[in-house]
Write a protein that binds this ligand. Structure first.
Ligand code: FE
Ligand code: FE
Ligand code: ZN
Length: 288
């Protein structure tokens, strides 16, 4: 099983610290933001201790395909109203792609974007335009578009949106997908018919284009379009379903990444990874 989680990237050890944090949870995959997800301030990667981090990954037999970068969620390529915002987003995504390459990772997860009030088709075409610009000088780092919940004017809540973007860009071979279990349920997909869901994904996008799974429980009922993650077993999806996804034979080569909420200000990942590795649910959060 390839299981990891979102880990922090911060002073003094940066990327080396991220890898150490992941290993402390018995993870064999990890996901990082290269800086704060809500702003564009970034430290130079020369401070990231990349070589030491890579050595540690090799020692732990963790391949580069199990290291995932997440682009900051302020990047909105679907913006058609403010040209300066769109240009900033494209420019920043380019830099994030470079940083992904510099740390030695192959995949960056991206929220497709929100069309605000422009309408879905216009938004999708703007995303295509933005990706073409951002990918112009890149031929190796893949963009994994994330399946979204559909809150607000978010695009990407249907597999068809992601397939449309992939079919229209100049470099479709670089467009891959990140499935988020919470988002798919919130978007209205019946995740409990999971094999049917995988078949549908396969028909629309191709299962070979799946690069990563965000494994989250959901606080809301299916179709709620809310996007609020819950700890494993404490939401509407439940531990049995999330374990089924983790251990599914069709997905054995895909890293599963937890983005579950902190509990009493502490990361829940050690115990959640233990639960997934053993297949045994532990009722560990006291509900006062
Ligand atoms: Fe995301
Ligand atoms: Fe996610
Ligand atoms: Zn989410």
């Amino acid at each position: 099983m390839i299981i990891g989680c979102h880990v922090s990237l911060s002073a003094p050890d940066y990327y080396l610290g991220s890898v150490k944090e992941a290993l402390s949870y018995d993870a064999n995959a990890l996901m990082i933001y290269t800086g704060a997800p809500q702003n564009t301030f970034r430290k130079n990667t020369s401070d990231f201790k990349i070589e030491e981090a890579k050595r540690l990954l090799t020692e732990a037999s963790i391949p580069s395909s199990s290291v995932i970068v997440h682009a900051p969620y302020i990047i909105n390529l679907a913006n058609t109203t403010k040209p300066e915002t769109f240009e900033l987003a494209v420019d920043f995504l380019k830099q994030e792609i470079d940083r992904t390459r510099q740390i030695g990772a192959k995949v960056i997860v991206l929220h497709p974007g929100s069309h605000v009030n422009a309408g879905e088709e216009i938004g999708l075409d703007r995303i295509v335009e933005g990706l073409n610009m951002a990918l112009a000088d890149n031929d190796d780092v893949e963009i994994a578009l994330e399946t979204m919940s559909g809150k607000g004017s978010e695009l990407g809540y249907r597999f068809e949106h992601l397939a449309y973007i992939k079919s229209k860009v100049v470099k479709p071979h670089l467009i891959k997908v990140c499935m988020d279990t919470c988002h798919m349920s919130d978007a209205g997909y019946d995740v409990f018919q999971f094999d049917k869901l995988l078949d549908e994904f396969d028909n629309v996008i191709g299962l070979e284009n799946l690069r990563v799974i965000h494994l989250n429980d959901s606080k809301n009922e299916p179709g709620a379009k809310k996007d609020r993650h819950a700890n494993l077993g404490y939401g509407r999806l439940g531990f049995d379903f999330l374990y089924l996804v983790t251990s599914h034979p069709r997905l054995s080569s895909i890293p599963k990444i937890l983005e579950t909420p902190f509990v009493n200000e502490l990361p829940p990942y050690g115990i959640e990874i233990e639960m997934l590795r053993s297949g045994n649910y532990i009722d560990w959060i006291s509900q006062e």
